[in-house]
Ligand binder design. Structure first.
Ligand SMILES: Cc1ncc(COP(=O)(O)O)c(C=O)c1O
Length: 368
């Protein structure tokens, strides 16, 4: 079976983790935390980095930094992971959805203006499967209405938008370093910001809101969202060779495109002229005319030794969010269609040319 994903862990990761173990810096203080934060922030062009335990809590802490009042709204794509919507709900706000754009599968930015009300506080663009969101229209709306942009760049390490790195495009940005991400810490995440006050607040929320002037004295409730030095050690080693990791993803995107070009019944990922796509995952959307949905297609591919994963199911189709009083009866046709017809192919950092050829052959065989 060709796995859908595999991380690439090397000698440097081992050396850095060994250093943590040998020196006893195994918890959430130590040189790797600070270096990983500083270097990831610099890589993305942001001044402050706050490492946290995963991408989900990065979003929670970023939303918490906004101090939403009941009824305050945050606009986000329906086509994303539930971490985005639940961060808004846990943060005391109201999530408001827009559909996916048919080409990039990212939020359809042309739908955002119509969703802005007097209660809107923020927009949360999510760079889907490695392709950046079209930010210019969002920057204009944020400026016009005084909104905060919280970028979810979990899937877009190293991707660029008009020459700027994703994760450096908003007021706050959030990353995941889960094992399937381009750089990984096993579990892990980070918040970046250009605002010193927001950085201080995110740091405080991450660590139980200890008051600086007196430890064990608290004026607000925080969380334990800390990353360990051990995890940061892995992250730093990964970051040191991110160019190689990105080159592999870009190679994979190009290779699949070449191998699958012109196959009837398939829509392949795009790369808009203003973007570099890092092909975090190589997605496919199947035409309904093939008579197959993604479930049947995945089953057939599995029988041919190819592991896949389905696309996201929209936030408006989640019973957990209906229970909270959101989105019941809302319709987003693009997200609904790609959720049913979309899956992604093996996209790991260890994928070989032979495997890519085998995957493409299996895709074509299933469609024949
Ligand atoms: C777009 C996006 N945001 C947030 C997350 C959450 O990250 P984590 O799994 O580290 O909690 C993910 C995770 O896969 C993601 O794809």
């Amino acid at each position: 079976m060709i796995p859908v994903n595999e991380p690439r862990i090397g000698e440097q990761e081992l050396a850095y983790v060994t250093e943590c173990l040998r020196t006893g810096w195994i918890s959430s203080a130590g040189r790797f935390i600070e270096e990983f934060e500083a270097r990831w922030a610099a890589y993305c062009g942001m001044p402050y980095g706050i490492a946290v335990s995963n991408g989900t809590v990065a979003l929670e802490a970023a939303v918490a930094c906004l101090d939403l009042k009941p009824g305050d709204e945050v606009i986000l794509p329906t086509f994303t992971i539930i971490s985005c919507a639940q961060a808004v709900v846990y943060g005391g706000g109201v999530p408001v959805l827009v559909d996916a754009a048919p080409r990039t599968w990212c939020m359809d930015v042309s739908q955002v203006a119509a969703k802005i009300t007097s209660r809107t506080r923020a927009i949360m663009p999510v760079h889907i499967y490695g392709h950046p969101v079209d930010m210019v229209p969002l920057w204009a709306l944020a400026e016009q209405h005084g909104l905060t942009i919280i970028e979810d760049a979990a899937e877009a390490h190293g991707a660029t938008y008009r020459g700027q790195r994703c994760g450096g495009l908003g007021d706050l940005s959030c990353f995941s370093f889960y094992a399937n991400k381009i750089i990984t810490t096993g579990e892990g995440g980070m918040i970046l910001t250009k605002d010193a006050k927001l950085a201080e607040r995110a740091r405080s929320l991450r660590n139980l809101c200890f008051r600086p002037e007196r430890r064990f004295y608290h004026t607000e409730l925080g969380h334990n969202f800390r990353l360990t030095n051990l995890q940061a050690a892995v992250g730093l080693a990964q970051l040191e060779r991110i160019d190689d990791l990105l080159a592999h993803k870009r190679w994979m995107g190009g290779r699949y495109a070449e191998l699958l070009a012109g196959t009837p019944g398939l829509t392949l990922p795009v790369e808009e002229p203003w973007a570099t796509n890092v092909y975090w995952m190589y997605g496919l959307v199947l035409d309904e005319a093939t008579g197959m949905d993604a479930v049947v297609f995945a089953r057939r591919l599995k029988a041919l030794g190819v592991e896949t994963r389905p696309f996201f199911l929209g936030m408006h189709e989640q019973p957990a969010l209906w229970e909270e009083g959101y989105f019941r009866g809302e319709v987003y046709p693009v997200a609904e269609r790609i959720a049913r017809q979309g899956l992604y192919l093996p996209s790991g950092l260890t994928l070989t040319n032979e495997q890519a050829v085998q995957v493409a052959a299996a895709v074509k065989a299933c469609l024949a």
